[in-house]
Design a protein around this ligand. Structure first.
Ligand code: SF4
Length: 716
């Protein structure tokens, strides 16, 4: 790992994409240092970003291909490993058809990799069976945003607008732990006289900063938003002129909201009517306001409608498509935004084009030099794809994802993966999923390669290569190039990221997410460019397009330019508590770990700070089951059991338990989670499932008692 020079770049982890420098150390190796010129974090980094260089160490990362032989993974050369993958994928495709080969990507892949992976699936393998773990991240917000505004971009405004607005409702986001440097925007908001409302079943570190904390029962945010809209109408706080001039569908949405009386909403959510009224007052009195959602409302089997209800609240009060007002989604993964724009999603082509749109197929096929009729149609969503492994799908190529830990109903997914005829994994470390592979390829990461990502703001950023990768490591683009050649496609899979990006630009030109005016040169000079950014016509005299930091100020991206209300109604979660499973489990993250933990669990400081899972439970529930702080407790759902130490806190509702999902093994939270899917976004219901909790020493007692069942079902 030889340092090349001090290099400005961006963090490998979350969608905030904090700026950082990679500095060479005199004694060898590198360290991450402060970079103050990037406006999102202005030098601040959380512990994950600050320690990110540790994963560059050959002591931590993979440095050789591994090929399974005699039941064990053993080091092998690249030609042998690539030959094995190409032979198995080719044979299975020939014997069982193209759709017998699946591809699973990740929201951490750069735009270039996501683009090339989608092209590889459709052009080389000819399979429709491609999706990615970003489906588990923000797909409900993407679906709701597209439905209402005609376009999905996480935030339609830069983060720097937040301190200047009057009120923010933050729904289901614990950004004090997930992206700590962003907290300063909300601190500045309050310093400027604005107010922060946090909606979360737990009194998180973020909720502690709020002027008002609403703690609804998990899975009831849809009812909460409808109750607020009901009060907005009842108190005459709608913006009638805005509704008339800039929206459609209000009457139906209004009627749906009026069916949700505040007292009824209080019974569903546990949020009192006075709190509802206070939230409406704080949101409606300022000239501008925002609603930001994250995984809480999105990871539900009704996530699209839940986000839609919050969007309706924005539209009814004229808080969208106006300066310092709007709805936004706080995308989670490092390139969750770009990853969903450029073709690794089951139904999409690059530029956020739709795979079932003939004009989109023709455009992209033209760039790829293939007949549009050869492009497969939309495939299965992420969980459905994983569920089909070993049956319809016999082989899987997986890049940058660890579904054994991160997928819902994870034990079942693990069994499906084990039942595959062939699994190839490209990763930086030997993740729990890579351990099951037939071939593992060690690929370059973050500081070892150049590439672009798109942050939660829709800001396209350039990550620069800062160190030479260890010998024996190649990029994902090299892997796809070599596999394509072995499978008979000699051209069209460049190994240089900039070359792949230039093709992506052409493929995205004219699409909703138009990157055609963005170049590596601009990204290096301008600290990122917001899409859409079309390339000026060849004969145009205009300067380069400046990019689009703020969307929808003149019109929405719908055919008529108006935002669309969608009438939605509250419905129960897929799994409500009952006598056998009287509590609700909700899951999330802790500050020192990231997603499945494949990287961060290998970082000494982070592992020391957060060494393992825990079960957060209220003192009343703990007393009921006889658990003391630190006692092992077992959480059981209809899908399995997980055991971890109890963490007793009054910051959680008595009817709810919380587990972070970063760990494998007996404390794996996703053993429990419910794969019930949202009908539109196909998002699984990570945020709510029915469970019982008991001390690990005496299972079968405690929360299964009628008293505990009553306690679990009663809102605070
Ligand atoms: Fe990295 Fe996110 Fe932490 Fe910033 S907040 S340093 S992008 S993990």
């Amino acid at each position: 790992m030889e340092p090349i020079a001090s290099t400005p770049t961006h963090c490998p982890y979350c969608a905030l994409q904090c700026g950082m420098n990679i500095m060479p150390l005199p004694q060898g190796g590198v360290e991450v240092t402060e970079r103050t010129d990037f406006p999102v974090n202005r030098g601040a980094l959380c512990g994950k970003g600050r320690t990110a260089a540790e994963v560059l160490s050959p002591a931590v990362r993979l440095t050789s291909p591994l090929v399974r032989s005699g039941g064990r993974l053993a080091e092998a050369g690249w030609p042998e490993a690539l030959d094995r993958i190409a032979e198995r994928l080719g044979t299975i495709r020939q014997e069982h058809g193209a759709d017998a080969v699946g591809v699973f990507g990740g929201g951490g892949l750069t735009n270039e990799k996501a683009y090339t992976l989608g092209k590889f699936a459709r052009v080389v393998l000819g399979t429709s069976q491609i999706d990615y773990n970003g489906r588990f991240c923000m797909s409900s917000a993407a679906a709701a945003g597209t439905r209402a505004f005609g376009l999905d971009r996480g935030l339609p405004f830069p983060l720097e607008d937040i301190p200047k607005t009057g009120c923010v409702i933050l729904v289901g986001s614990n950004l004090a732990e997930t992206m700590p440097p962003s907290l300063r925007f909300f601190t500045e908001l309050r310093e400027n006289g604005g107010t922060l409302i946090v909606v979360d079943p737990r009194r998180t570190r973020t909720a502690e900063q709020a002027d008002l904390h609403l703690a609804p029962r998990p899975g009831t945010d849809l009812a909460l938003a409808l109750g607020l809209l009901h009060l907005v109408v009842a108190e005459g706080r709608t913006d009638e002129e805005y509704i008339r001039e800039r929206t459609t569908g209000w009457e139906q949405a209004r009627a749906a909201a009026m069916a949700h009386w505040p007292e009824h909403v209080e019974r569903i959510t546990g949020v009192s009517v006075p709190q509802l009224r206070e939230a409406v007052r704080l949101f409606c009195e300022p000239e501008s306001a925002m609603v930001l959602t994250a995984r809480g409302p999105e990871q539900q089997s009704k996530g699209t409608d839940t986000v839609g209800a919050w969007i309706n609240l924005c539209l009814a009060t004229g808080r969208a498509g106006r300066p310092l007002s709007g709805y936004g989604c706080l995308t989670g993964q490092g390139n969750g935004q770009g990853g969903r724009e450029h073709g690794q999603k089951a139904d999409q082509l690059p530029g956020y084009r739709k795979l079932d749109d003939p004009a989109a197929r023709a455009h992209v096929a033209g760039v790829w030099g293939v007949d549009p009729d050869t492009l497969p149609g939309p495939g299965r969503s992420a969980y459905e794809l994983l569920d089909a492994l070993g049956t319809d799908i016999r082989a899987l190529l997986l890049m940058g994802s660890n579904p054994v830990v991160s997928a819902p109903r994870a034990a079942h997914v693990e069994e499906r993966i084990k039942s595959l005829d062939f699994l190839a994994v490209c990763d930086v470390v030997l993740s729990e999923t890579a351990e099951l592979a037939d071939v593992v390829l060690p690929v370059t990461q973050w500081a070892e390669e150049s590439g672009t990502t798109t942050s939660l703001e829709g800001r396209v950023l350039l990550r620069r290569r800062a160190v030479t990768p260890p010998p024996g490591v190649h990029s994902d683009l090299y892997v796809l190039h070599e596999l394509a050649a072995r499978l008979g496609v000699e051209k069209g899979f460049p190994t240089e990221p900039e070359e792949a990006f230039d093709e992506l630009r052409r493929a995205s030109a004219g699409g909703p997410a138009d990157y055609s005016g963005i170049t590596y040169g601009r990204l290096a000079r301008e600290n990122g460019v917001f899409w859409p950014c079309p390339e000026p016509a060849e004969d145009a005299t205009d300067e380069a397009h400046p990019g689009t930091p703020r969307l929808f100020l003149d019109r929405f991206a719908t055919d008529d330019g108006r935002a669309r209300f969608v009438a939605v109604a509250h419905r129960a979660t897929a799994e409500e508590p009952d006598a056998e499973y009287p509590l609700l489990l909700t899951t999330g993250r802790v500050v020192a770990q990231y997603q499945s933990g494949a990287q961060t669990r290998r970082v000494t400081e982070l592992n020391a700070a957060a060494p393992g899972p825990f079960v957060e439970l209220h003192p009343r529930l703990a007393a009921r089951i006889g658990a003391a702080d630190g006692d092992p407790v077992t959480v059981t759902s209809r899908r399995g059991r997980a055991t971890a130490p109890a963490r007793i806190t009054s910051a959680i509702r008595p009817d709810t338990v919380f587990m972070p999902f970063h760990w494998p093994g007996e404390g794996r939270a996703n053993t429990l989670t419910n794969p019930a899917l949202d009908p539109t976004s196909r998002m699984p219901e990570f945020k709510s499932c029915a469970v019982r909790v008991e001390t690990a020493a005496s299972p079968g007692t405690s929360s299964r008692t009628p008293a505990a069942a009553r306690q679990g079902a009663r809102p605070t």
